[in-house]
Design a protein around this ligand. Structure first.
Ligand SMILES: [Zn+2]
Length: 440
C-alpha cells in the first residue's frame, strides 16, 4: 500500500510540459506513481480543482544562523518557507561567523540538520584567500551548493571586489559562482550622493550604474572562462538587456534570479515603508519592477531568490537601519496572485521556482513531478484573496512589507519527502526535518 496518494489535481511539472489532471502516489519519500493510481493508500488526499507543483526552491536566503538568533534561525526561517510553499532553501554565507571554511560549513550543517523543517543547501563565501578551500572540497567530492562573491559590500564582511582574483576562482574551480552584482568602486564614488540615514539617500548611494558595471564584470568573467555564473537579485530592466546579450552569445552560461521585493515593490513604496524598505540592491522604479515581472512571465528570468533577509522592526527603525527585507512567508503567494490574475502561467511559475533552479544548482531529485523524484510537493487551491496579517507570519522578524496586501490563501498542503509539514499556512507536524541537498 502506498504511503500517500493525491487524487485529481492538475499536475504542474517543473519542466513546462503541458499540465494534466491525474493522481500522484508516494512511497518512502519518493514519487512512485503518476496518472491513474488504483488501490487505497495510507493517506488519501482529494485534490480536484487544486494545482500540485514540485516544492519551490529558494536559491537565496539568509537564515541568520549562526550569529543572530533574535532575527531568525533554521527553525523559524524554514517554518516560514514550508508554510509558504518553499521546500528547499539555499542559505547564504554572510552569517557570523561567515561560512568560509570546511569547519564553518560543518558547524552550519549541524545547526541546519537539527532544526531545518525543509531541505537546505549551504553556500561557501569567497574570500581573498580561500580558493584552496573550495578546490579541496571539490577534490573530496563535497563541494558547497554554490559559491557566493560580493562584488560590493552588503550585510556582513564578505566583500570580494578584486576581478583579478575572481579570474583565478573561475579558471581553477568547477562550482557555480553566484555574485552580488554591485561594483564597489562605483558604490564608493556615489557615497556622498545621499544621506546614509535616509532610505531614499540609501538608493542614491547605490545607483544603477554600480549594478550594471558589476553585471558586466560578471558576464565578462563567465564568458572568458566558460564558467557558470549566476547573478543574484536583479533589480533593473537594463540588467536584463546585458543578460540577453550574454545569452545570445552563449545560452545558459549566465543565469539570474529576482526577488519578490524587486518584482512587487518600487521606490514609490518608500514613503510608506521608510527604513523597512532599505535593501541591497535598493528598490528601483515602478517601471523597472514592471519590466522584471514581464521578463519573469516571458521566461527570461531563471530563478526565484527571495533574498529573505530578516531584521527586527526595532533594528530597522534604529539609528543604523540594516538593509534587508523578509520574503519567505509571502513569496509564493505573491507569485500565485500573478497566476490567478492571468499574468503568469502555472507552468512558468513551477519552472522558475523549481525546475530551473534544480537544474542550475544541479540538485538531485528536486524540481520535478517525475517517477523517482523526491516527494516535496505543494498543493495550491485558488480561493478568495485575503489581506495579509502579521499573525500569519512564521519568520521570527514578524513583519512584512506586504502587510495588508490582498493575497491568495497559503498552500492547502505542503509535503517534505512525503510527510505533511504544513496545511493552510499552519505547521501541522513540527517534527519534520529536511535533508541537505545533494548535487550532481
Ligand atoms: Zn542576499
Amino acid at each position: 500500500m502506498l504511503d500517500l496518494v493525491i487524487r485529481g489535481a492538475t499536475l504542474v511539472d517543473g519542466d513546462e510540459r503541458a499540465t494534466v489532471v491525474g493522481d500522484l502516489g508516494v512511497e518512502a519519500g519518493r514519487i512512485v506513481a503518476i496518472g491513474q493510481v488504483p488501490g487505497a493508500a495510507r493517506v488519501e488526499v482529494v485534490a480536484e480543482g487544486a494545482f500540485l507543483l514540485p516544492g519551490a526552491i529558494d536559491v537565496h536566503v539568509h537564515l541568520r544562523s549562526p550569529g543572530h538568533p533574535a532575527k531568525e534561525d533554521f527553525a523559524t526561517g524554514t517554518r516560514a518557507a514550508g508554510a509558504g510553499g518553499i521546500t528547499t532553501v539555499l542559505d547564504m554565507p554572510n552569517t557570523e561567523p561567515p561560512t568560509t571554511s570546511p569547519l564553518r560549513l560543518l558547524e552550519k550543517r549541524r545547526l541546519a540538520q537539527a532544526a531545518a523543517r525543509v531541505h537546505f543547501g549551504l553556500y561557501l563565501g569567497a574570500t581573498a584567500d580561500n580558493l584552496d578551500t573550495l578546490l579541496a572540497l571539490e577534490d573530496r567530492g563535497q563541494p558547497p551548493v554554490a559559491v557566493k562573491a560580493y562584488l560590493g559590500a552588503s550585510t556582513g564582511s564578505l566583500l570580494f571586489d578584486d576581478p583579478g582574483r575572481l579570474d583565478r576562482w573561475l579558471a581553477d574551480s568547477q562550482t557555480l559562482l553566484c555574485v552580488h552584482a554591485e561594483d564597489q568602486r562605483l558604490l564608493d564614488r556615489a557615497a556622498d550622493r545621499g544621506d546614509v540615514m535616509d532610505v531614499r539617500g540609501h538608493g542614491l548611494r547605490r545607483p544603477p550604474e554600480a549594478a550594471l558595471a558589476a553585471v558586466a564584470i560578471a558576464t565578462g568573467l563567465a564568458h572568458r572562462h566558460g564558467h557558470p555564473v549566476h547573478v543574484c537579485h536583479l533589480s533593473l530592466a537594463r540588467e536584463l538587456e546585458l543578460l540577453a546579450t550574454s545569452a545570445a552569445e552563449r545560452p545558459g552560461l549566465v543565469t539570474c534570479e529576482v526577488t519578490p521585493h524587486h518584482l512587487f515593490l518600487s521606490d514609490l513604496d518608500l514613503e510608506a515603508l521608510g527604513p523597512l524598505g532599505k535593501v541591497n540592491p535598493p528598490l528601483r522604479t515602478a517601471e523597472d519592477a514592471a519590466r522584471l515581472r514581464e521578463a519573469l512571465a516571458a521566461g527570461r528570468i531563471d530563478c526565484l531568490g527571495t533574498d529573505h533577509a530578516p531584521h527586527l522592526v526595532a533594528d530597522k527603525h534604529g539609528p543604523h537601519a540594516p538593509s534587508g527585507i523578509p520574503g519567505l512567508d509571502t513569496a509564493m503567494r505573491l507569485l500565485v496572485a500573478e497566476v490567478l490574475a492571468g499574468r503568469l502561467s502555472w507552468a512558468r511559475l513551477a519552472a522558475v521556482t523549481s525546475g530551473r533552479p534544480a537544474r542550475r544548482f544541479q540538485l538531485v531529485g528536486k524540481g520535478a513531478l517525475q517517477l523517482g523524484a523526491d516527494a516535496d510537493l505543494v498543493l495550491w487551491r485558488p480561493g478568495p484573496a485575503q489581506a495579509l496579517e502579521a499573525t500569519e507570519l512564521h519568520s521570527r522578524c514578524a513583519w512584512s512589507p506586504w502587510l495588508g496586501r490582498l493575497l491568495p490563501p497559503p498552500p492547502e498542503a505542503v509535503w517534505i519527502a512525503g510527510r505533511l509539514l504544513a496545511a493552510r499556512g499552519r505547521i501541522v507536524d513540527d517534527g519534520v526535518r529536511g535533508l541537505e541537498v545533494r548535487t550532481r
